[in-house]
Design a protein around this ligand. Structure first.
Ligand code: AMP
Ligand code: MN
Ligand code: MN
Ligand code: MN
Length: 284
């Protein structure tokens, strides 16, 4: 299969912090020319059967997907899983546990925001939540925009929801080892999501890639809506250095918020092995 295939292997639905249903996303992806699609909700695979059926109805190939929240070297790292068995019991349980602390974290975020004069943020965020087990910072961001406290979601994150800001609550997610094992033991491929987004030193980044590989991780996102063109080049070189396959995904969340639409990304740089070439037997 040629690597000019329009594959979009990263996006979010109402099952996590996106604003479209799996069916709406499938329709939008197909209209934008996507040929191979994966829905990758945060810490959730509850939308997988719907997404696969909708992909089929639109004539797209489908890979199961998720994006697991991990704590590594004191930072949150996201690991995308692709092509696993969505009914795998250990994977479902691992994701259930990973989602577990979100409710309490959200209440603490709300208490902190109240101390700087923003009241009712928990209840406000809840109105944007599609899945009660999956309340995220994005839902708080939508509430703060709706209330007119901030102009857009990037402003909310900058002023309130990132480390050192009044609504930020430290949280411990899954370990890198567990996340990679849940995915690979369920027959899938683990992929480091948007590596250009982490605030790691060069040594920490090297440790992330080295440990990820040692646990059985096999891919890295090179072309993503979260990377600059310079980062495409940088992470293409990193993929080659570490012998990792390369992935491509928009990280689309919402027509109103996401600057990169489904399927609207440059192709992978030449000389890389696309993750989908190693998973043709997992296509649905
Ligand atoms: P959480 O899993 O609750 O920590 O929320 C993480 C989500 O917040 C990410 O998946 C993004 O959708 C969103 N997010 C994180 N940082 C930003 C940012 N700077 N601007 C807009 N959205 C962001
Ligand atoms: Mn998100
Ligand atoms: Mn992410
Ligand atoms: Mn994402």
């Amino acid at each position: 299969m040629p690597d000019i295939l329009n594959a979009d292997l990263h996006c979010h639905s109402v099952v996590s912090d996106g604003t479209l249903t799996p069916e709406q996303l499938a329709g939008r992806a197909a209209a934008n020319g996507v040929e191979l699609w994966a829905l990758t909700d945060h810490d959730e695979i509850g939308g997988q059967h719907r997404a696969a059926a909708a992909a089929r109805a639109h004539g797209m190939r489908y890979l199961t997907g998720t994006e697991i929240s991990v704590t590594f070297a004191g930072e949150t790292v996201h690991i995308v899983g692709l092509g696993f068995d969505a009914d795998d019991a250990a994977m479902r349980e691992g994701l259930f546990d990973t989602r577990g602390g979100r409710g309490k974290r959200a209440q603490e975020m709300s208490e902190q925001l109240a101390r700087v004069g923003i009241h009712g943020a928990y209840e406000g965020a809840l109105r944007f939540v599609g899945n009660p087990e999956l309340i995220s910072r994005t839902h708080f961001a939508r509430f703060l925009v709706e209330s007119g406290i901030c102009r857009d979601t990037p402003e909310v994150f900058r002023k309130y929801l990132t480390e050192g800001k009044p609504g930020y609550v430290e949280h411990r997610w899954a370990s890198l080892r567990d996340a990679v094992h849940w995915i690979t033991d369920a027959g899938g491929m683990a992929v480091i999501a948007h590596p250009g987004r982490y605030n790691f030193t060069a040594n920490e980044e090297y440790a992330l890639f080295t440990e990820f590989k040692a646990h059985g991780g096999r891919g890295v996102e090179v072309v993503t809506g979260s990377h600059t063109p310079q980062e495409y080049v940088k992470y293409a070189a990193v993929a080659t250095e570490f012998g990792l396959a390369a992935s491509r995904g928009s990280d689309f969340h919402s027509p109103d918020e996401s600057h990169t639409d489904l399927g609207r990304l440059p192709p992978l740089p030449g000389g890389l092995t696309p993750v989908w070439e190693l998973m043709e037997d997992r296509f649905l």
